[in-house]
Design a binder for this molecule. Sequence first.
Ligand code: PNS
Length: 167
Amino acid sequence: MNNQREKIGVYPGSFDPVTLGHLDIIERSARMFDKLIVAVLDNRSKKALFTADERVKIIQNETKHICNVEVMQFDGLSVDFAKAQGSRTLVRGLRAVTDFEYELQMAQTNHAMSTEIDTIFLTTDLKYAYLSSSIVKEVASFGGDISQFVTPAVRALLEAKYAIKED
Ligand code: PNS
């Protein structure tokens, strides 16, 4: 059961796979809450490279050192998941102005659906401003060097996925 006084943040996303930009947001937002739940969307209608189980395991492995981070998967609305976990705060990263319109629309829709839920935005570190999981997958799929975008473990997993795909 959730302790009512515990401040819980929920960071929802696809994380297919988690990048250094996501990990930076996780590290920084974990400092703002008693517990941060990284919520991996298991969206069956959206084709993901990694299964939700794989994505959860990857993030668990990469956040082992942050003791107040929990990684879970969810299906459905982020606000419903946050409420079920006893959280009132969604966390999202903002990379650039181009993210803003979509993120604003999502935050406002979420707030309209659940007025008790707020979204807070952390601006990504400048060195990750251009980074996205899609771009990383694209580079990896052509055999490019992704070592500055993801951790060594994620890099190995991506390389293995694309090596298998080429067979
Ligand atoms: O990493 P992404 O793909 O940009 O994350 C998007 C995500 C998972 C946060 C968003 O698609 C989401 O919250 N999906 C769950 C369904 C939902 O709540 N939709 C309403 C948002 S307006």
